[in-house]
Design a protein around this ligand. Structure first.
Ligand code: UT7
Length: 344
C-alpha cells in the first residue's frame, strides 16, 4: 500500500476508497499551429501590446484553421494521452468532452471524437460548464470509476473559441484562444490519483458571460446575426471579481477535503484567464511564485482546455514528480467554479 495514504483520512478525499482509486494515467494536449500575436491584434482593433500585457499578461494565442474543429483538436490531444498511457481506443469505456464550442449542437463533440479515435466500446457525452468544464469532467469521470461502473475514462477539455469571438470587439477578442487537453482516468488500486474534485455554480450571475444566440431561445436568424447574438459577451470587471472569490472558495474546499494546507501542494495550476486574477488568487491562498504554473502568455484563455493544456505542459516541463500533490482551480461562465487535488 502507498505509504502516503494516511495523509488523507477524510472519505471525501476518495483516494483508494473501498479498493478503488482514480488514477490520472496520462495527459496530452494539442494547440493549432497559427499564432495570433498582440501585434497582429493591433492591426485589427484599437488596442496595444502594452494594454493587453498589463491588463491580462497574454502575449499570443493559437487560432485553429477554418477546417480544424473542436473535435479534431480534442481527438489529437486524446491520442497523445492514450499513447502515453499505453492504452488502445477499445479500452476506453467513457468519453467526456467539456466544451462551449462544440462542432455543432448535436451530435455531441464526444461522439465525434469517439469516431475519430476509434473508441468503439465507449459511451460518450459532452459537459457544458464553460471554463470549469475540465474539472467537472474529471469529477464525473471519477464518480464513474469509484462507483465501479467503468475502469477507463477519457476526459477532454477542447475549444475553438475563435469561432464565437467578435473580432471587432477589443473587450473580448484579445483574451481568448483555441486548443485541447486530455486526461486518461483509470482505476488503479493503491496507486496515485485524483483525491478530490469539487464543483460550484451560480446561475443567478449567468448574464456576466454568455452567448445569447444559437439555442432554442434565440435560434439563428438574419436579425440575430446582425445583432451579434452569436458571439461571446462578457462583463469583464464583474467577471474578474467573481473569478477571484470563486476560485478561492473552490481551492479552500478542495484543500479542506484532503485535510491539507497550501504548503503541501507542489504545483498550483489555475485557470489561465488573466495574470492578475491568477496572482490575486495565489496571494490570497498563500501560494508562492515557485508553486504557480502559468502559460497564458502563450495561449490566452482557452476555456475548458485551459487547465488541461497547462497540466500537460507542467508534466512535460518536470514541474512535479510522482507522489507530488497538485491543485487545479477553475472558474467560468454559468457561473461555474471548481478545484481538484491530484496526487501525481
Ligand atoms: O474565463 C472566464 C473568466 N474570464 C475572466 O476571468 C476574465 C475577467 N476579466 C478580465 O480579465 C478583465 O476585466 C479584462 C482583461 C477583460 C479587462 O480588464 P479591466 O482592467 O477590467 O479593464 P476595464 O474593463 O476596466 O477596461 C478599462 C478600459 C476601458 O476604457 P474606458 O471605458 O475606461 O475608456 C476599455 O474600453 O480599457 C478599455 N479596453 C481596452 N483598451 C485597449 C478594453 N479592452 C481593451 C483593449 N485594448 N483590448
Amino acid at each position: 500500500m502507498n505509504s502516503s495514504l494516511p495523509r488523507f483520512k477524510n472519505p471525501r478525499a476518495k483516494h483508494d476508497f473501498k479498493g478503488r482509486s482514480c488514477s490520472v494515467s496520462a495527459v496530452g494536449s494539442y494547440v493549432p499551429a497559427r499564432i495570433l500575436t498582440n501585434a497582429d491584434l493591433e492591426k485589427m482593433v484599437d488596442t496595444s501590446h502594452e494594454w493587453i500585457m498589463s491588463r491580462t499578461g497574454i502575449e499570443q494565442r493559437r487560432i485553429a484553421a477554418a477546417d480544424e474543429f473542436t473535435s479534431d483538436m480534442a481527438a489529437k490531444a486524446a491520442q497523445i494521452a492514450m499513447k502515453r498511457a499505453g492504452i488502445l481506443p477499445e479500452q476506453i469505456e467513457l468519453i467526456i468532452v467539456a466544451t462551449i464550442t462544440p462542432d455543432m449542437l448535436f451530435p455531441s463533440t464526444a461522439c465525434l471524437v469517439q469516431k475519430k479515435i476509434g473508441a468503439v466500446r465507449a459511451a460518450a457525452f459532452d459537459v457544458e460548464a464553460a471554463c470549469s468544464g475540465f474539472i467537472f469532467g474529471l469529477e464525473i469521470g471519477q464518480q464513474f470509476i469509484m462507483s465501479r461502473t467503468y475502469d477507463t475514462v477519457l476526459v477532454i477539455g477542447a475549444e475553438k473559441l475563435s469561432s464565437i469571438i467578435d473580432w471587432t470587439d477589443r473587450n473580448t477578442c484579445v483574451l481568448f484562444g483555441d486548443g485541447a487537453g486530455a486526461a486518461i482516468l483509470q482505476n488503479r488500486p493503491h496507486s496515485h490519483g485524483l483525491l478530490t474534485a469539487c464543483m460550484g455554480s451560480d446561475g443567478g450571475r449567468g448574464d456576466l458571460l454568455s452567448m445569447p444566440g444559437g439555442g432554442s431561445r434565440c435560434p439563428a436568424t438574419a436579425a440575430s446575426v446582425a445583432a451579434k447574438l452569436h458571439y461571446l459577451r462578457m462583463d469583464g470587471k464583474e467577471t474578474f471579481k467573481n473569478a477571484v472569490n470563486a476560485m478561492m472558495t473552490a481551492a479552500q474546499e478542495a484543500l479542506r477535503r484532503c485535510e491539507i494546507d497550501i504548503t503541501k501542494i507542489k504545483c498550483v495550476i489555475p485557470h489561465q484567464a488573466n495574470r492578475r486574477i491568477i496572482d490575486a488568487v495565489a496571494e490570497r491562498l498563500g501560494a508562492t511564485k515557485e508553486q504557480l504554473f502559468v502559460n497564458l502568455e502563450r495561449y490566452g484563455n482557452t476555456s475548458a482546455a485551459s487547465v488541461a493544456i497547462a497540466l500537460d505542459e507542467a508534466v512535460a516541463t518536470g514541474r512535479f514528480s510522482r507522489g507530488d500533490l497538485i491543485l487545479l482551480i477553475v472558474f467560468g461562465a454559468g457561473l461555474t467554479w471548481g478545484a481538484a487535488v491530484i496526487e501525481w
